[in-house]
Design a binder for this molecule. Sequence first.
Ligand code: ZN
Length: 145
Amino acid sequence: MGRVPRRNRMKALGIAHIGIAVSDMDGILKIIEESFGLKCNFRNKLAEQGIEIAKIILGDSSIELLKPLNSDSVIQKFIDKRGAGLHHISLAVDDVEAYINHLENSAIEMIDKIPRTGADGRRIAFIHPKSMGGILIELEERHSE
Ligand code: ZN
């Protein structure tokens, strides 16, 4: 049994989801359904984060709509600053912890230095946008079958 080369171990598996900040969740869901025939697969309020999430699953990826529930919500702050639209890109990886170590060794700044549990129970971590050319990137752990 040979060792897995390091560069292969550190390759992202694909796009887990695209996160989009919205003000009008019902309106956007209607547009997406009418335009692309895609329905919302689940909708969930994360009261402690002040966010409502809706997910539209598309193959192995999904579209994650994020609506602020109050003015203190990070999503409301994002919309105030940059407007509604693309909020983050989530990349699927096989081991979030290994990725955090790998990125920190490359002087990439993490928002989450320790993985946390995301809306659908998977381990996630956010990378600071200042290390990624202004783009907020999330890592989401997926276990390959
Ligand atoms: Zn996300």
